[in-house]
Design a protein around this ligand. Structure first.
Ligand code: BTN
Length: 306
């Protein structure tokens, strides 16, 4: 109902009467008034007068009702520990495919390799529950699809040269603007769920603690709408998952990769490898050409570009 009220207030020019709203929506004027009051409480600037309601401004907060048909599957929280934990509980309790958990801030944001992900106000922090029809061996395709589609969405929306860095970071001008963390729950031949967690530095400033990071605000010199970015990315990603079995996703991903043909250093929990990044194979492993000319496949690790 809140989404429908906002739609009408956004399309009509000028003040919209309570009567007109209640007639269009098929609910009482009191019910309209209660929803308007709730919207005002959470930050919408709606002027009320004896003539009706006028929407002056909306907060840049990704509330569920801002997502159209996806709204029933969107869970928004001002603050959580980590969206990964909430998404895992929802997934174990059989929430539907493409359920999305979003947080304004995270107190215990998780990064790859057990690091923390600083999650201050202004960034986008969300986890999507995916129930793919692929065997566990192909699960990394979902990660490659998510990072490539985010890079494409950022390029299209902001005209910036977003690149993917193996395995799934997004860089702009060699600085990290987004990171991806995934969790899978699977049986021998069937994936129950893959949760894709994305942190995007949008209007926050991560550089104080993370010199190698940047944000869209820093790159563009202005604030951008987190709501529009998330809506566009979710539409693009859902569309890609519906349209394709992602068989060629790694091949497509490589067109956006900043890691290939560069000298890189890969740090795993117990090893360090250096060499020329020559390829990413169809399972997502990075292929390094070592100093002695031999090839080494690496399936996880931190990648540093020289
Ligand atoms: C990385 O680059 O290390 C991955 C960072 C992933 C951060 C996101 S923010 C939303 C989701 N919730 C978390 O706790 N982590 C992921």
């Amino acid at each position: 109902m809140k989404g429908q009220i906002l739609n009408i207030l956004r399309t009509e020019i000028g003040v919209v009467s309570g009567g007109a709203l209640s007639m269009q929506l098929g609910v009482s004027r009191v019910s309209v008034w209660k929803h308007i009051k709730k919207l005002q409480e959470v930050g919408y600037d709606i002027r009320t007068s004896p003539r009706g309601y006028l929407l002056i401004g909306s907060p840049d907060i990704p509330y569920p009702w801002e997502f159209g048909e996806l709204a029933p599957k969107i869970h928004y929280f001002d603050e959580v520990g980590s969206t990964m934990d909430i998404a895992r509980d929802l997934a174990r309790n059989r929430c539907p495919h493409f359920t999305v958990v979003i947080a304004g801030r995270q107190k215990k944001g998780k990064g790859r390799l057990k690091r923390t992900w600083l999650s201050s106000e202004g960034g986008l922090y969300f986890t999507i529950v995916i129930r793919p029809k692929v065997p566990p061996a192909f699960s990394s395709r979902i990660n490659f699809a998510a990072s490539m589609i985010l890079a494409k969405t950022l390029r299209r929306m902001f005209n910036i040269h977003a690149m993917v860095k193996w395995p799934n970071d997004i860089l702009v001008e060699d600085r990290k603007v987004s990171g991806l963390l995934s969790e899978m729950d699977a049986e021998m031949d069937m994936v129950n769920f893959i949760n894709i967690g994305l942190g995007i530095n949008v209007n926050n400033d991560p550089t104080l603690h993370e010199p190698a990071a940047t944000s869209l605000k820093k790159i563009l010199g202005r604030e951008v709408s987190r709501k529009d970015l998330l809506r566009t990315f979710l539409d693009d990603f859902e569309h890609a998952l519906n349209e394709s079995d992602l068989e060629h996703i790694v091949f497509d991903w490589k067109r956006y990769a900043g890691t290939l043909n560069r000298h890189v250093r890969i740090v795993t929990s117990h090893e360090v490898w250096e060499g020329l990044a020559v390829d990413v194979d169809e399972n997502g492993a990075l292929v390094l050409k070592l100093a002695d000319g031999s090839l080494k496949r690496i399936i996880y690790g931190d990648c540093f570009h020289d």
